[in-house]
Design a protein around this ligand. Structure first.
Ligand SMILES: *Cc1c(COP(=O)(O)O)cnc(C)c1O
Length: 364
């Protein structure tokens, strides 16, 4: 099985399991779990925040952040495609009593600064009180630069708004930027967070831990966040076993994210070669440029109907959905590269794709 559906499918490595089994444990609701305390301390130090809090999921760290920054009835500026708005079951509204103000994304995945400014409500009793800007990085695998991130943070400060990064995949962004700019990954990550009040970071995505996310911010923010985590049912007890996996991931799996990015590029290059070799694919298949570990590949519903069962039978798993692009229906496949996909897996996948394309080319 080669599973491209998500990085969340990764299994802990033997060394990570070893760290989990031998972790020192305590009761984390009492703040007595030494391994969780160490994870929080290490992450805060590396990312340039005062404090951190471990929670079961990124959905929860985002919700905790929004509820810690805002009061009931406040408004949060988000992107139409942001996880916080679209993929968290409406938690900000249902549990936080917060009003989202969604904005369309620019092509590179950002929110236009002018759109943000235009969305900030004046102090008038007709309006909800705009309180928070959320930025997602990476967004659909696309990297927002430190220059853009800094511009949003400055804008937020100027308008006395809080700003939060949904950095489920922040380390992928940092890794890509670090490669491009030849800087250390952690330095790049700190730079992305500069001027932000909080960050949510997933340990269970590309970093390869089985469970958990971190929320980072000032000491007083994390103190408020701790109460909300408890309220949401996210206060857990001997979390050290999970925190040990997260700590291991931050220590040993950050540098290797560049491998996932290389694999993803290798996959895109290989698919592009197939499109050259098999002209029947042209017009039926479109590839988005790869920046990190995610490749989006659009195909006609006809091609998808043949390809998907073919891949399924050969143990290549993918997620995808239909969508409309310039008035035409397409099927968008998402290939996510991660810890459990080797460069041999990429070669095997390309071989399967080549076999498919050859027989597809041969049919009428
Ligand atoms: C995965 C993800 C999250 C959190 O997801 P959980 O499954 O709840 O941990 C948050 N934001 C983004 C952008 C994500 O990709």
């Amino acid at each position: 099985m080669i599973d491209f559906r998500s990085e969340t499918v990764t299994q802990p490595t033997v060394a990570m399991k070893e760290a989990m089994v031998t972790a020192a444990l305590g009761d984390d609701v009492f703040q007595d779990d030494p391994t969780t305390n160490e994870l929080q301390r290490f992450a805060a130090e590396q990312l340039g925040f005062e404090a951190a809090l471990f929670a079961p999921s990124g959905t929860q760290t985002n919700l905790i952040a929004m509820m810690s920054h805002c009061q009931r009835g406040d408004e949060v500026i988000v992107g139409q495609q942001w996880h916080t708005y679209r993929w968290e079951a409406g938690g900000m509204a249902v549990l936080g009593s917060l009003q989202p103000q969604p904005l369309e994304l620019q092509a590179e995945g950002s929110l236009a600064l002018d759109d943000i400014i235009a969305a900030i409500k004046p102090d008038d009793p007709h309006f909800a009180r705009t309180r928070l800007i959320v930025i997602e990085n990476t967004v659909g695998g696309k990297v927002l630069t430190p220059e853009y991130m800094a511009a949003v943070a400055e804008l937020a400060k100027k308008h006395q708004l809080a700003c939060h990064i949904d950095g489920a995949r922040l380390m992928n962004a940092a890794s890509r930027l670090a490669t491009d700019r030849q800087l250390p990954v952690w330095q790049m990550a700190r730079q992305l967070c500069q001027g932000y009040d909080s960050l949510s970071l997933c340990l269970s995505k590309g970093l390869g831990a089985p469970v958990g996310s971190l929320l980072l911010g000032s000491a007083s923010f994390i103190q408020r966040a701790r109460r909300i985590r408890k309220m949401l049912g996210g206060g857990m007890r001997q979390t050290g076993m999970l925190a040990a996996a997260g700590l291991y991931a931050l220590q040993y799996h950050v540098e290797r994210l560049a491998d996932d990015h290389r694999h993803c590029q290798q996959l895109a290059d290989g698919l592009r070669e197939l499109m050259q070799a098999y002209p029947k694919l042209q017009g039926q298949l479109e590839l988005e440029p790869v920046q990190t570990n995610i490749l989006f590949c659009d195909m006609t519903p006809g091609l998808a109907a043949e390809l998907l069962p073919y891949l399924q039978r050969r143990g290549v798993q993918l997620s995808g959905s239909n969508y409309t692009k310039s008035g035409t229906l397409w099927h968008r496949l998402r290939w996510v590269c991660h810890l459990d996909i080797s460069s041999d897996d990429i070669l095997d996948t390309l071989k399967v794709m080549d076999n498919f394309a050859r027989s597809y080319q041969a049919t009428e």
